[in-house]
Design a protein around this ligand. Structure first.
Ligand SMILES: Nc1ncnc2c1ncn2[C@@H]1O[C@H](COP(=O)(O)OP(=O)(O)O)[C@@H](O)[C@H]1O
Ligand SMILES: [Mg+2]
Length: 259
């Protein structure tokens, strides 16, 4: 049977190189994200995964290479340009404020304020309504809106960070190791959340080290970086964890470390 035709990529990076002093973090790396698909970005520590995500999110400017959105090369001079395209990023450190509650964190820095004669006071009720709506759509109703996020579990904090990224209806979401510090069940919930985004037509990129439990179960394709270069790519349904780990470490020695 013929597989259905692939949708065109929404975001493509081509021939990206980036050095930090003498360290070649990325060398001639290309990657494509398609609507409705989750792409897992994997590789050993130092392979260049976070650097690639930072180039995608506009935080880092590559030394070389092209940034294409919806098939056209676009100028990217910083994170604002990328956000304007509809690309949101959930960083490894989450960047949540522990002393603030879920609603405040969701709207951090972009609160809805009243007009100037009210002193631009934050419209708490409106923020709460929108927060509740987004969390319900993400099936995260159990999150208390008015508790400081510092008092929440790692999984809940991760979910709030993801909810914040989709608050403005992006087309692409990039997640740097969203499950790194999570229990198995919390990681499963994040996986379900990511699947939900892709099934709503978003293009998702997720970095993860957990090949066997997370990547194979929650991605459509896998892009492997090794020592700053594209090393391999797979369709997740057509590959074993061992093959992915082998591509990450480059050779047979991966077989044992995968066990
Ligand atoms: N800001 C930076 N300054 C200097 N070197 C960096 C910086 N960021 C990353 N690197 C280096 O670039 C390489 C790739 O790092 P990174 O993208 O963080 O890898 P990964 O996320 O795959 O673990 C590493 O050798 C790392 O030390
Ligand atoms: Mg990293």
């Amino acid at each position: 049977m013929q597989p259905p035709p692939l949708p065109d990529p929404i975001l493509s990076l081509r021939h990206i190189s980036k050095s930090f002093g003498g360290v070649k973090a990325l060398q001639d790396v290309s990657i494509e994200l398609r609507p409705g698909e989750t792409t897992a970005l994997v590789g050993d520590n130092g392979a260049g995964k976070s650097t690639l995500v930072k180039v995608m999110s506009g935080v880092l400017r590559p030394d070389e290479g092209q940034y294409l959105f919806e098939g056209r090369e676009v100028p990217v001079n910083g994170p604002r340009d990328v956000a304007r395209l509809g690309v949101q990023t959930v960083y490894q450190d989450l960047a949540l404020c522990n002393n603030l509650d879920a609603v405040q964190n969701l709207f951090l820095g972009r609160e809805r304020t009243g007009p100037w004669w009210t002193g631009f006071r934050v419209r708490r009720a409106e923020c709460e309504r929108r927060a509740r709506d987004v969390l319900r759509r993400m099936r995260l109703d159990s999150i208390a809106l008015d508790r400081p996020v510092g008092a929440m579990s790692g999984g809940q904090r991760q979910n709030i960070a993801i909810a914040r990224s989709i608050l403005w209806e992006p087309k692409v979401v990039l997640l740097d190791e969203p499950t790194a510090a999570l229990s198995h069940s919390a990681a499963e919930q994040v996986g379900a959340l990511i699947n939900g985004l892709a099934s709503h037509g978003l293009a998702v990129l997720v970095i993860s080290h957990d090949i066997h439990n997370f990547v194979l179960e929650n991605s459509d394709r896998i892009e492997v970086l090794r020592l700053g270069k594209n090393a391999a790519h797979f369709r997740s349904g057509e590959v074993t964890g061992e093959q992915v780990v082998n591509a990450m470490v480059g050779g047979k020695e991966g077989v044992n470390s995968a066990a």
